[in-house]
Ligand binder design. Structure first.
Ligand code: HEC
Ligand code: HEC
Length: 154
């Protein structure tokens, strides 16, 4: 027998499922504006790596219009393994909370929406002390970086 209680439970479940789908929708997380170009780890102390992919070498901080939507970053490690960063919060942003204690030399690569490598650093030119990507890859570049991490070879 179906009681009012059952109907109410059913309705509650539908609301919860719908709410969950909205919250987890990938487009909400990987599109839009969220501190593009800034040092992610300055605010997110739980992140181990963070950076932004742009469509311009000299994009200013917060210029989400110049962020490379649906791109991400990969650390191709010396020993042949890799760390692919999660996309998001915001267009072009990427991060990981994966433990990086043992990360030594790596090649930094930019992946497009299909996972194809569209730009990279010099072979094994980066290392485990270079995980706050946007600190060097600033608007004009610090410590020898040419500027932003871009979705093309600058
Ligand atoms: C000025 C501080 C600040 C900077 C810089 C910043 N964030 Fe955030 N971020 C926040 C705050 C506050 C929230 C939670 C509020 C919200 O949802 O917007 C957040 C939420 C997030 C979330 C949702 C999950 C979570 O762990 O909280 C992700 C993912 C994220 N940021 C990624 C990034 C990335 C990647 C960068 C660097 C490109 C970055 N953020 C830079 C302040 C910052
Ligand atoms: C301490 C400074 C520094 C940090 C931090 C840094 N880089 Fe770089 N990056 C450089 C320099 C210098 C170059 C140019 C020489 C080379 O290719 O190594 C470069 C070049 C690049 C390039 C090719 C040129 C471009 O601008 O697109 C990519 C891609 C790149 N880095 C990605 C990354 C990623 C991803 C991170 C974070 C995991 C990162 N870098 C962190 C200094 C840095």
């Amino acid at each position: 027998m179906i009681s009012y209680k059952h109907i109410l439970l059913g309705l509650t479940a539908i609301v919860l499922i719908t709410g969950c789908e909205i919250g987890d929708d990938d487009d909400d997380d990987i599109a839009g504006n969220h501190n593009q170009g800034k040092d992610c780890i300055a605010c997110h102390s739980n992140f181990k790596v963070g950076g932004t992919v742009f469509t311009k070498l000299d994009a200013s901080d917060g210029d989400s219009a110049a962020a490379a939507y649906n791109h991400t970053l990969k650390l191709a490690l010396e020993e042949g393994t890799e760390i692919i960063l999660a996309k998001g919060y915001g267009s072009g942003n990427a991060y990981t909370t994966t433990n990086t204690n043992t990360v030594g030399a790596f090649t930094a690569e930019v992946l497009d929406v299909n996972g194809k490598v569209v730009n990279s650093s010099g072979t094994l030119s980066h290392d485990g002390d270079m995980l706050r990507c946007n600190t060097c890859h600033s608007q004009n570049g610090n410590s020898g970086a040419p500027g932003r991490i871009t979705n093309f070879r600058p």
